[in-house]
Design a protein around this ligand. Structure first.
Ligand SMILES: *[C@@H]1O[C@H](CO)[C@@H](O)[C@H](O)[C@H]1NC(C)=O
Length: 485
């Protein structure tokens, strides 16, 4: 019989296969299992081809579990929800006290907390681990966000440290996130931030293309250039690539043939729902979610465009001559400033949840493990880490002295881009709402006094005063009536 392996992995879709190969490549013999046995054979075959990696396949759950050294650790990479419960049921039947199950999927954090509570009954430990980086990341180094049992984390820490993406000067992109479902929660917000980044980039593209009339060749070189500076990131890099790719089925560029409808799987929606539940303003992330909803109404938009065109309302209202070089520079600055607002919202959401749940999450550490491996990896995250290093209690990224200075330097360009877009009839919901977020947050006095007065007028909700302590109510209606008489 072969010696026991160090770890097991169940669920061999591409993510699972790639993560198993990555673990084996780092020198940890791994057992793999999938109910569909052809997936098992496929994985073992790939392991052979990619360098005789120590991957051992099993066609039944019992021999799979028994092949792993004790205490056993099994990572599941199956679809969130019911398949996770089913897989736990199958595997746990053969597991012993002290063994550990790790869910590596995009699970709703409360499901992880429910399962974690059920585990002691089985004598097992549980981790909910966010894995970001897509298929490529899983194979070559993802960003890992494990939360739950610290004991379980310690037992596999050596594996995770090697398997995660490695970033020079800041280390492997993994850390113990915290208790309960915190790993899944942090991964969820990571995805919400990813929605924001993608939307802001799409708006930059729209303004440059629709108002600035840049060609795909020009966009390719603009984004390639941006990727050498403060915007350097995975998403900017792939965006530059996309503009360079020709259609393989017809003339022209492929990006122009892609239908303007965005899909989604739910983590962005959960982020916005959580923000609302916790009373945290996350307008940039919400705007990116709304933009996906509106993008889905393709047929309605086609009809609406007809209605407004026949009413004399063209697609683009601009007849202004734009200075291309200046526009490109302005858009770059608007994108960067908006991005600061978006990350500020995501970080504040994580902190609010951490306080509610007592997770004690370290925001600077999160920024560090997002520097490599994951979809939002960017040089920008280093500045966020430094901001929280300077002040772990920072109320908002916007008021960190360095970010504040960056925003001040960019605000004129940011306002020019938003105004130009509005005047041209191009919607830039992410950039506009980010600017509104900034303009609201930085103002000492906002018009909420009037809203509160209205609430007291019709609902006797009372109000506080700027000049005295206490709670006040005024008979607004009676006084107004008297004035009219
Ligand atoms: C095995 O593979 C199938 C098809 O790829 C998948 O639906 C299923 O969830 C996998 N996982 C397990 C643990 O059997």
């Amino acid at each position: 019989m072969a010696p026991p392996t160090r770890i097991g992995l169940a669920g061999l879709a591409v993510m699972g296969q790639n993560l198993a190969l990555n673990i084996a490549e780092k020198g940890f013999p791994i057992s793999v299992y999938n109910r569909t046995t052809s997936k098992v054979d496929e994985t073992v075959e790939r392991a052979k081809q990619e360098g005789d990696l120590p991957v051992y396949g099993f066609h039944d759950p019992e021999s799979f579990i028994q092949s792993i050294q004790k205490p056993r650790v099994v990572i599941m990479l199956v679809k969130a929800g019911a398949p996770v419960d089913q897989t736990i049921k199958t595997l746990s039947a053969y597991m012993d006290k002290g063994d550990c199950i790790i869910d590596g999927g995009n699970e709703w954090y409360e499901n992880t907390e429910r399962r974690e509570k059920e585990m002691p009954g089985l004598g097992l430990l549980y981790l909910g681990m966010g894995v970001s980086g897509g298929e490529e990341g899983a194979r070559n180094g993802p960003s890992l966000m494990p939360g739950g049992s610290f004991e379980a984390y310690k037992y596999i820490e050596d594996i995770l440290l090697k398997v995660a993406a490695q970033v020079p000067d800041s280390g492997p992109c993994v850390t113990y996130i915290g208790k309960g479902g915190s790993g899944n929660f942090v991964k969820m917000v990571h995805n919400g931030i990813e929605y924001g980044d993608m939307q802001l980039i799409a708006e930059a593209y729209d303004v440059l293309k629709s108002v600035g009339k840049l060609s795909n060749e020009e966009l390719h070189s603009v984004f390639s250039e941006w990727n050498k500076g403060e915007l350097l990131s995975f998403l900017i890099e792939i965006t530059a690539d996309i503009f360079g790719i020709k259609d393989d089925k017809a003339d022209g560029y492929l990006v122009d043939k892609v239908l303007d409808k965005t899909g989604m799987k739910g983590t962005g929606k959960w982020t916005v729902q959580q923000a609302a539940d916790l009373s945290v303003a996350a307008p940039t992330i919400a705007a990116s979610l709304d933009s996906r909803f509106l993008s889905g109404l393709k047929e309605e938009r086609v009809e609406a465009a007809k209605v407004f065109k026949s009413g004399g309302f063209g697609d683009i209202l601009t007849d202004q001559v734009v200075d291309k070089a200046k526009l490109i520079d302005d858009v770059r600055q608007a994108l960067y400033a908006s991005k600061i607002c978006s990350y500020a919202q995501g970080m504040n959401l994580i902190r609010a949840k951490s306080i509610e749940k007592g997770w004690d999450l370290k925001l600077g550490e999160l920024a560090r493990i997002w520097k490599g491996g994951c979809i939002i990896r960017a040089i920008f995250l280093d500045r966020i880490k430094k901001a929280y290093d300077r002040n772990p209690e920072l109320a908002n990224l916007l008021v960190d002295p360095e970010f504040a200075k960056e925003i001040i330097d960019r605000q004129s360009a940011w306002r020019r881009v938003v105004c130009l877009a509005i005047n041209s009839g191009i919607s830039t919901p992410g950039m506009s709402t980010s600017l509104a977020y900034f303009d609201t947050y930085r103002r000492e006095r906002v018009p909420a006094n009037l809203v509160q007065a209205q609430r007291d007028y019709f609902g006797a909700h009372t109000y506080e005063r700027v000049d005295m302590d206490g709670s006040f109510h005024t008979e607004w209606f009676k006084i107004a009536k008297k004035l009219q008489d």
